[in-house]
Design a protein around this ligand. Sequence first.
Ligand code: DHB
Ligand code: MG
Length: 222
Amino acid sequence: MSQDVWSAVDNYICGTLIAPDEALAAALRDSEAADLPNHNVAPNQGKFLYLLSKMKNARRILEIGTLGGYSTIWLARALPAKGRLISLEVNPASAAIATANVARAGLKDVVEIRLGTALDSLKQLCEEAADPFDVIFIDADKRNNPAYLEWSLKLARGGTAIIGDNVVRDGAVTESSSADPNVIGIRSFLTMMRDDPRLEATALQTVGSKGYDGFSLAIVRD
Ligand code: DHB
Ligand code: MG
């Protein structure tokens, strides 16, 4: 089994279960035209994040790492009318593309994109005493995942779901002596989730059109 099979199955799954959607297709088109990295989640992964957020009856979602706003649109669509999604992005070019993509999807009153380093924006959210988030999606520079988890816990409540993208990295996550800062970041992120008595966590490997990777899922205990 290899990439060709994974992609064919993802095409089949997306063709079968995910309705064509002009706003999402345009978000991908404009992200690519602007040369943003091709690191958006796959459509079936986006819908998975959307369904998880619906399962949580999420009213407030925090996304760390906006990129072109593709997962932002999926997540924001899970929110009720008065819901709120705050997404943190360090790259002004990405934030501009994402802002346009979110507006075209009709979500500009629901989504707030904050420009700046995620660490600064997370500190700012805490200083503002932001209401707790129901779902937190961590998908930025993986080396900072441990710090993102610490801040996320300050912005969470009992029951908050914390989802991490790209925790498998073609299997590199098993390399205990890796010098890759992304692998080091993910490994200590997973270890922190194991050791923190406030959290219950797991992780799943995924294959598909985006290659071989995985998600982590943690829930904050009540
Ligand atoms: C990378 C980052 C991502 O968030 C992703 O989904 C895939 C790849 C990366 O930095 O390589
Ligand atoms: Mg990712």
